[in-house]
Design a protein around this ligand. Structure first.
Ligand SMILES: [Zn+2]
Length: 449
């Protein structure tokens, strides 16, 4: 009895065990290799203000060669290389997909980290990889390459050209990175139909996706008034004039912030107002003159505006309510980002089915087991704005769910499992975008989106 039973079981179990062991033998080891390649990239010191771009590009060129991608290093500003990789499609005349990531990272204060920010330590107990750039955004750059590696190993060939770029300068504004690239003939030759760029980590189980950005308005308000004795109460002093402005702006700030706190609006949907500096007083070698009301005072403000806001109305409010000349106030823009693209339309990418790229993107994330939150406006700035400015659709997306938002913070980390899951997500996205056939996209997307 025992022998036939065993034989029967073996017949059923053996193929199953073999199948399991094949999967078990290949997948964990290739995952471990992918993680160690990620760590290697994280260990290259590309922190501003002195990023080692040469080392990063050398590493990435090796990776590209191993994956089988064509590589070109472009340099639009001296010492700031941009690496352009190409995976040729079967129908290169179709609009291409451009996968963007920046190689530079912000500096860190190593003493305030649990693990050195350049060590890329994998904490075995928690599975977290600690490093500057683990979220912003060396993860995404390597995930693009790992996803392409897997697709190529599986014999997949894209219809469209797929381009992957590794760009410098993002953390200091991108003016000598993507801004110059977008204006170049090399960029025009790529015939880009859709760009993917960075998003943010999500503490929830849904990934976040961004279709627009707020524009910065950096401005100063200056007040003038009659100087006077510190003991005298009188109207129209510079400080009094300025403080009225500060108070009015602070009330507006509170109202906008309340909309976020009550979850009526997302962070990117409100106008943020933050005071950057206050400047007033008559200095002495040890401090300030205390019995003198100064004749001038100044405040610096960082305002961020979503593309849905009527900017003319806001500027009118600034002139009439927050910095009126009737109170001897003047204002000056240090930076005034436009919420419109170069065609005069709001600089946003449509994130619903009227944009043919959107359902393809959305479905491909779901197919890979990811959940997508409601599309959002990015609260700060990324290089995606330069693409949207010239009318090219761009989504901001970094597949990091169940992860605290730690970009630019101490102890920035990404869990190993979340990193690996993200590779699978990109595999699905790239495959879908690369093969999607829609005449609407191919003939009209550049004009319409
Ligand atoms: Zn970034």
């Amino acid at each position: 009895m025992r022998i036939p039973l065993m034989a029967g079981l073996t017949k059923i179990l053996l193929p199953l065990l073999l199948l399991l062991s094949v999967a078990a033998a290949s997948s964990p080891s290739s995952d471990a290799e992918a993680v160690s390649r990620f760590q290697e990239y994280l260990r290259i010191d590309t922190a501003q203000p002195t990023p080692d771009y040469a080392a990063a590009v050398a590493f990435l060129r090796d990776q590209a060669a191993a994956v089988g991608l064509e590589a070109r290093t472009l340099e639009f500003a001296a010492g700031k290389p941009l690496l352009l990789l190409r995976w040729p499609g079967r129908r290169p005349s179709l609009p291409s997909i451009l996968l963007n990531s920046h190689t530079d990272v912000v500096p860190s204060e190593p003493k305030k980290w649990e693990h050195a920010p350049l060590s890329a330590t994998l904490d075995e107990a928690s599975g977290r990889i600690y490093a500057r750039g683990s979220q912003d955004m060396k993860c995404v750059g390597m995930q693009y390459l790992e996803a392409i590696r897997r697709l190529r190993n599986a014999g997949f060939v894209p219809d469209r050209n797929i381009y992957v770029i590794f760009v410098p300068d993002e953390e200091i504004g991108g003016h000598e990175g993507v801004e110059l690239f977008v204006a170049s003939k090399e960029f025009k030759e790529l015939n880009v139909g859709l760009v993917l760029d960075e998003g943010l980590a999500s503490p929830r189980e849904e990934y976040r996706v961004f279709y627009a950005e707020r524009s910065p308005w950096w401005l100063t308000i200056k007040a003038k008034g009659a100087p006077g004795h510190g003991a005298k109460l009188y109207d129209g002093s510079a400080m009094e004039n300025l403080m009225k402005s500060v108070e009015a702006l602070r009330r507006f700030r509170t109202a906008q912030f309340d909309l976020v706190k009550s979850e009526e609006k997302a962070e990117g949907d409100v106008v943020s107002v933050n005071f950057a500096y206050l400047k007033a007083g008559t200095p002495t070698p040890t401090g300030f003159v205390m019995n003198l009301q100064p004749s001038e005072a100044e405040v610096g403000i960082d305002i961020r505006i979503p593309p849905s806001v009527h900017t003319e109305a806001l500027e009118k409010r600034l002139a009439e309510e927050w910095a009126p000349s009737s109170r001897n106030l003047t204002f000056e823009f240090k930076q005034k980002g436009s919420v419109l693209d170069k065609l005069g339309k709001p600089a946003m990418t449509i994130a619903n089915s009227s944009n043919p790229w959107w359902p393809v993107f959305e479905e491909s994330v779901k197919r890979a087991g990811g959940k997508l939150g409601k599309p959002e406006i990015f609260p700060a700035s990324t290089d995606a704005r330069y693409f949207r400015e010239v009318g090219i659709p761009a989504f901001g997306f970094s597949p990091m769910a169940n992860t605290p938002i730690l970009l630019h913070d101490h102890n920035e980390f990404l869990s190993k499992d979340e990193y690996l899951k993200g590779i699978g997500i990109y595999e699905s996205i790239i495959k879908a975008l690369a093969t999607h056939k829609d005449d609407g996209i191919d003939e009209e997307s550049r004009a319409e989106l």
